[in-house]
Design a protein around this ligand. Structure first.
Ligand SMILES: Cc1cc2nc3c(=O)[nH]c(=O)nc-3n(C[C@H](O)[C@H](O)[C@H](O)COP(=O)(O)OP(=O)(O)OC[C@H]3O[C@@H](n4cnc5c(N)ncnc54)[C@H](O)[C@@H]3O)c2cc1C
Length: 406
């Protein structure tokens, strides 16, 4: 018998997709989505791109218009937080004192921003970027001449830098590692992005850890372990997220860098699923477990959980992919590269149209395509096929990626 009531905790893209897929795939029972933000499920990528730049309306970020949910009998309980799960009675307690019972529970609790652990981090003028409310709290400060310090040279930090410099701000990016995008791309890619930003006017400080934020009643300086003190009007911190696993951990669900689930998004409790940024799943293509922070993963796992609840299981198995927009550069990334992988650049960095292709023991494992949509699409297939490619032909863009398998 399929479930009568599915409760989804978290109204982000993973939770939203689970609800949409349940209803669209024929679930006839009750669907309740509980989210602690005040907005209907929305897409976060524009928060550091078009919405931050003031070029996208709020409603354009919504996964579905607000009327979609009542029309599809999906009960949205916004500005509502779940405090605890009680698996024995299949119930939940809410922060507002309410209680709910479920037949199946989907945890789509995402992540919260990692806080800067240094003195002065709580000064006014220090911001983080995860939600619509976060962006609305500082967007008006992006005005010509304003001094902005961005802590963290990852995707979010660099996307904010690209928007802010275009708005006429004086932008400093402070990165603790020796290069930007250190964790996720090859040194060649880091060097390319650092050059693009510097040419646009962004100052980048690498190997510089923030030791303190200082100011009188408002942040005024960022102090680094290098001895530098960078004057600033405000600070945006982008140093990653912490998965929200506490309500799952409290009831003994298996946790390992996220809530551990199988390929159907089912956790160690047979009635509880976990999807999106908060979950850690096995990827059969890559042969390893992953906790991914990406929209395709949130949507794919949300759908997988819905289908499993409906008794139509389809394992979630996708080549991981992600994108980042900075200036006129559309970066599309497939697969997961490791530090020891060989790298071949195809195309022209000068013309801002190239791909960094990653090989492990000759096998094509990942691709960072910059303004190279075809390589992005074809690389997914190469990675899934786990094929070897000839490195000497890889750099030749007259040969399509898909024709390079040996
Ligand atoms: C600025 C920014 C830019 C990004 N850009 C890209 C991009 O270009 N491409 C890409 O692929 N990905 C991007 N991402 C990542 C992507 O947005 C996330 O991977 C995705 O949103 C994850 O969705 P989720 O539903 O798993 O989690 P979330 O979006 O974090 O949603 C979880 C929701 O659950 C709520 N919640 C948590 N605990 C409770 C509780 N106990 N009770 C009630 N509610 C709760 C949270 O507050 C949140 O609203 C970006 C993220 C950010 C922040």
């Amino acid at each position: 018998m399929t479930a009568q009531t599915v409760v989804i905790v978290g109204a982000g893209e993973a939770g939203g997709q689970a609800a949409i897929s349940l209803r669209q795939s024929g679930f006839g029972g009750r669907i309740i989505v509980i989210g602690d933000e005040s907005y209907v499920p929305y897409e976060r990528p524009p928060l550091s791109k078009a919405f931050l730049a003031g070029k996208a309306e709020l409603e354009r970020m919504y996964m579905r218009g607000a009327d979609f949910y009542p029309l599809n009998q999906i009960e949205l309980r916004l500005s509502t937080s779940v405090r605890a799960i009680e698996p024995a009675s299949k119930s939940l307690s809410l922060q507002n004192g309410g209680r709910l019972t479920y037949d199946k529970l989907v945890l789509a609790t995402g992540g919260r921003v990692r806080k800067l652990p240094c003195p002065g981090a709580d000064l006014p003028g220090v911001f983080y970027l995860r939600t619509i409310a976060d962006v609305l709290s500082f967007r008006d400060r992006l005005v010509p001449g304003a001094k902005l310090a961005i802590v963290g040279g990852g995707y979010i930090g660099l996307e904010v830098a690209a928007v802010a410099i275009k708005r006429g701000c004086a932008v400093n990016v402070i990165e603790a590692m020796p290069r930007v995008l250190n964790r996720v791309v090859a040194p060649e890619m880091s060097a390319f992005y650092a050059t693009v930003h510097r040419e646009a006017g962004v100052n980048i400080f690498t190997s510089a850890s923030v030791t303190a934020l200082e100011g009188h009643g408002q942040v005024e300086r960022v102090v680094c372990n290098t001895g530098q003190a960078i004057a600033t009007d405000f600070v945006i911190v982008g140093i990653g997220i912490v998965p929200n696993v506490e309500i799952a951990a409290d009831v003994g669900l298996q946790i390992d860098n996220g809530i551990k689930v199988d390929e159907f998004a089912l956790s160690s409790d047979p009635h509880i699923y976990a999807v999106g940024d908060c979950s850690n799943h096995p990827n059969s293509i890559l042969g390893r477990r992953l906790r991914l922070e990406s929209v395709p993963n949130a949507l794919g796992q949300g759908k997988a959980a819905a289908l499993h609840i409906l008794g139509k299981p389809e394992p979630y198995a996708e080549v991981p992919w992600f994108w980042s927009d900075q200036y006129d550069l559309k970066l599309q990334m497939t697969g997961i590269s490791d530090p020891g992988d060989g790298v071949v650049i195809r195309g022209s960095m000068d013309e801002r149209k190239f791909s960094a292709c990653y090989l492990r023991d000759g096998v094509f494992v990942a691709c960072n395509a910059v303004n190279m949509a075809k390589d992005f699409i074809q690389s997914k297939k190469l990675i899934a096929a786990k094929v070897k490619v000839d490195p000497s032909r890889l750099a030749d863009t007259s040969i399509a990626l898909k024709d390079l398998a040996v």
